[in-house]
Write a protein that binds this ligand. Structure first.
Ligand code: SF4
Length: 172
């Protein structure tokens, strides 16, 4: 069956959360946001705003949903603090490349890990296209569920903006 992106479009952050924690994705998709309380998110925003000021960068808003930094016409760039969530960051950028590809725009991706002063180039392959499609189908399914996925403690839960929400009962 032909995959129709129009039925599955989501913000890039949901693709990122899908690879971090399905419960986080569900909470966010239900409009339960606690990210404004998170220092990490605040730091991430500051890093993004202050990075690569000297470079020729163009911020593009697509479908009022994806805000993408296009660089030098060839690359879409994402700036991340560190590479702790490599797969999630990579797939978020892969989704941007996929989205642009569906509009007939071919780009490569560059992720800059600020702490490690390292960058990674990524390219959209057919295999990644299929993975993104499967991910988007799963995201829709998870978002439509009435209850959040079971709580599973993950190594980075204490750094998550939803930590208190998820673990408050354990502390009483
Ligand atoms: S605290 Fe842990 S389980 Fe809860 S949303 Fe965050 S990562 Fe997921």
């Amino acid at each position: 069956m032909e995959f129709n992106l129009d039925n599955f479009k989501v913000q890039g952050v949901k693709v990122n959360y899908y690879y971090i924690c399905k419960r986080k994705l569900w909470l966010y998709s239900k409009g339960i946001t606690m990210e404004q309380n998170s220092d990490r998110v605040m730091i991430g925003k500051l890093v993004h705003e202050n990075s690569y000021k000297r470079l020729k960068k163009k911020e593009v808003l697509i479908d009022d949903m994806l805000k993408i930094d296009i660089l030098d016409n060839d690359y879409v760039r994402e700036v991340k603090i560190s590479s702790k969530m490599t797969k999630a960051d990579k797939m978020q950028l892969m989704y941007y490349l996929y989205y642009l590809d569906s509009l007939g725009i071919k780009k490569k991706g560059l992720i800059n890990y600020v702490k490690e002063k390292r960058q990674e180039e990524i390219e959209l392959t057919d295999e990644y296209k299929r993975e993104i499609e499967k991910t988007l189908i799963d995201i829709k399914e998870i978002s439509q569920k009435r209850k959040p996925p079971e709580l599973v403690k993950l190594p980075y839960c204490t750094k998550c903006a939803y930590y208190e929400f998820c673990f408050v009962k354990e502390e009483v």
